[in-house]
Design a protein around this ligand. Structure first.
Ligand code: SF4
Length: 714
């Protein structure tokens, strides 16, 4: 038996794994005892990874050869890689020639490796000349990005996992880490056991498993987080719990914020948030006065039309109390996907450029163009996820390239997504799994490698870069994602810039890493000191790690200097906004969607294992028992759940962790499990038949966390 060091491909904790193999077959997995993210621990998903990589699972699920459809309703037929990539290049070149570069779009994934992401970004922005590249990380982290940049000056989570061992107060907001980040949560439980004085505050509309450990639980109304933070700051000001010296020396904008929160009295905040004013005061006191306070937050803040304001208002609290840049203190966004961070680092989103450069900054655009050896990169921001599919539905985007993600299940308002995929002239789906809903819409299917087969790097929530290593060779006729993007680019280059040398001279993942590494020189995430050899020899490292440094930085802003023009952090005076679609007499329930403990996204991988259905065996709508009684609903009764966009049918289940008028449904179940139809009668599937595509105007992240619905017995 051989063992290969790699990482888990699921959540942003980024656990290290040792993949066990016999010949070309993966036979086992265990936690890497030397990986600083998990020290050998794995959760239920990570510890069963090898069972999702068996021969029989592969035969039932994997896409092994390039396939194309002559017509959308025809069965796909096999073709060679040369033919597949050549055809794709001709179709893209033709559409670009007729309609311009913005007529094509790339929709990629936080599950790609950094090297994959880098090539796709350069392909879209450097070769084709469009910023129409976005990612499913838009659905998960873009509000955190916008919040960090607005206040601290850079998209850089300032804290690290070790901070849970130094904190005296943990503030969980919109995060069910017990389920979504299980190995980190075990570490938190151990830290708390070692420090009984530690206070734990959990703010969440649901009393989740995470809330079970809270000393103070704040069951706030959906979407009112910004108001809660403003109310806490009001109390801190009133009581004199702020750090005036830190504010004076290291920040700007406090006077404006002070004026804004004057109205956020405990009474007013309590009324808006649906909380007791005594609890808001208690939260403010513990946050400000316990000693180091670490905030841990996730989709509850991010997936909101007020997402950027929520993130920024929470960071305001850290700046106002000086709870940042020291052990155990800081705002710490937990990334949902394994490499949402890496995608941000290479600038693989419609509004970013390489190494945290800004698209709107002419000097940054010139730097990236020089790095890539092209005349320019386009200035016009590209279409973000929701905008891209709306533009395809409207006929504006005519070709879509979708890699390692399943928008036909995961994007909100599936009716528009369906229209986009049907109306687009040409759809390429680059995937490891043949079973995703999006595959059904592809003109061309390109088989990609996946966990245990891929090589490159990923970055976890605490800015730690790990090597991903192949334990077995690519199966069938699959290729690595970076290879597919590179070879497509090489086919497209003679059509778009004939006679010029290739911009994509990559023979291996390391070549791409070296180019990316150089692009970070002088930036906040500078990793010019982090060679491939150092990663191999010394293991995972945190950024920044500048040339000459021996190790990266565990935490940022310890010197009180921020990456803003004047070196000071900026308070945000963004205001609280209610949810986009409030409850009404017609749609009287608030539907919240989220993750289960043992499943991952659309279940392409976890859905293959019966044992992972032991925790939650089937999709259901969770509802408070009193709401069920009022509607004469019994346990397991089938109900129609209807939003302004469509209807799905599911069994209902009593759940007193929810407040009255609030519902919860897991996001994982797709077409095989949850049938539905749009408001105009098209057949759809999954909970995203219902969800609202409204998004935060600054981060463009949609509001998955609140949809107004009605529920009727089927
Ligand atoms: Fe994988 Fe996340 Fe579980 Fe770690 S906590 S094993 S990264 S799913």
């Amino acid at each position: 038996m051989a063992e290969t060091r790699s990482t888990c491909p699921y959540c942003g904790v980024g656990c290290g794994v040792l993949i066990q193999t016999e010949g070309a077959q993966i036979t086992g997995v265990r936690g890497d005892p030397d990986h600083p993210a998990n020290f050998g621990k794995l959760c239920s998903k990570g510890s069963t990874l090898h069972l999702t990589a068996t021969q029989s699972v592969a035969e039932q699920t994997r896409l092994m050869h390039p396939l194309q459809r002559q017509r959308r309703d025809a069965a796909p037929e096999g073709l060679s890689w040369d033919s597949a990539l050549g055809t794709a290049a001709e179709r893209f070149a033709s559409i670009i020639g007729q309609h311009g570069p913005d007529a094509v779009g790339f929709y990629v994934s936080g599950q790609l490796l950094t090297e994959d992401y880098y090539v796709f970004n350069k392909l879209a922005k450097g070769l084709i000349g469009t910023n129409n590249i976005d990612t499913n990380s838009r659905l998960c982290m873009s509000s955190a990005v916008a919040g960090y940049k607005l206040t601290l000056g850079a998209d850089a989570p300032p804290a690290c996992y070790d901070d849970v061992n130094h904190a005296n107060c943990l503030f969980f907001v919109g995060s069910n880490a017990a389920w979504a980040h299980p190995v980190l949560f075990r570490r938190i439980e151990e830290a708390r056991a070692a420090n009984p004085a530690m206070k734990v505050i959990v703010a969440d509309p649901r009393r989740t498993d995470t809330a079970e450990m809270a000393d103070l639980f704040l069951p706030l109304q959906p979407g009112t987080d910004t108001m809660l933070f403003h109310g806490m700051l009001h109390t801190m000001l009133w009581e004199g719990w702020i750090d005036a010296d830190y504010i004076e020396r290291h920040t700007t904008g406090f006077a404006e914020l002070k004026t804004l929160v004057r109205e956020a009295t405990p009474e007013h905040t309590a009324q808006i948030c649906g909380l007791r004013k005594e609890d808001i005061r208690q939260a403010a006191q513990w946050f400000a006065q316990s000693g180091p306070t670490l905030s841990l937050y996730c989709q509850g803040l991010n997936q909101s039309v007020n997402g950027t304001a929520k993130n920024a208002a929470l960071i305001n609290l850290h700046l106002a109390t000086g709870q940042i840049g020291k052990p155990g203190a800081g705002p710490f966004s937990l990334t949902g996907q394994p490499n949402a961070m890496g995608g941000r680092e290479v600038g693989g989103l419609a509004n970013l450029l390489s190494a945290h450069r800004d698209l709107s900054n002419p000097a940054h655009r010139a730097e990236v163009a020089a790095l890539w050896g092209v005349e320019s990169v386009p200035a016009q921001p590209g279409k973000t996820a929701i905008e891209m599919f709306q533009a395809a539905a409207d006929g504006e985007i005519k070709a879509l390239w979708i890699a390692c993600t399943n928008p036909a299940q995961s994007l909100p308002n599936q009716s528009t997504v369906r229209r986009a995929l049907e109306r687009a002239e040409y759809v390429v789906v680059q995937e490891a799994f043949a079973t995703t809903a999006t595959c059904a819409f592809a003109d061309l299917l390109l088989p990609a490698t996946t966990w245990g087969e891929k090589e490159g790097t990923v970055t976890n929530s605490e800015r730690r870069i790990s090597r991903v290593r192949p334990a077995v060779p690519p199966p069938g006729n699959t290729r690595h994602d970076w290879q597919i993007a590179t070879q497509f680019a090489q086919c497209l280059e003679p059509l778009l810039r004939p006679g010029q040398p290739t911009l994509f001279p990559y023979a291996k993942a390391q070549d791409i890493w070296n180019e990316h590494r150089e692009s970070t020189r002088g930036r906040d995430l500078d990793i010019t000191g982090l060679s491939w050899t150092m990663l191999e020899d010394n293991g995972p490292q945190q950024w920044p790690l500048k040339e000459g440094a021996q190790q990266g930085k565990a935490r940022l802003y310890e010197d009180g200097q921020f990456p803003t023009p004047d070196g000071r952090a900026r308070f945000s005076a963004l205001t609280w906004q209610p949810v986009a679609e409030p409850r009404t007499a017609r749609f009287p329930f608030s539907l919240n969607t989220g993750r289960l403990r043992d499943q991952w996204h659309g279940m392409s991988r976890t859905g293959q294992l019966g044992r992972l259905f032991g925790h939650v065996p089937e999709p259901c709508l969770q509802m408070h028992p009193q709401d069920m009684a009022r509607r004469a609903l019994g346990e397991g009764d089938l109900v129609h759940i209807t939003s302004p966009r469509g209807t799905i049918i599911a069994p209902v289940q009593a759940d007193d962790s929810l407040a009255l008028s609030q519902l919860f449904m897991a996001l994982h179940w797709g077409g095989e499990y949850l049938s539905g139809k749009s408001s105009t009668g098209e057949r759809l599937a999954g909970v995203n038949t219902l969800t609202n595509p409204a998004f935060c105007p600054l981060s463009k992240q949609p509001e998955f966390k609140h949809t107004a619905v009605k529920v009727l017995k089927a």
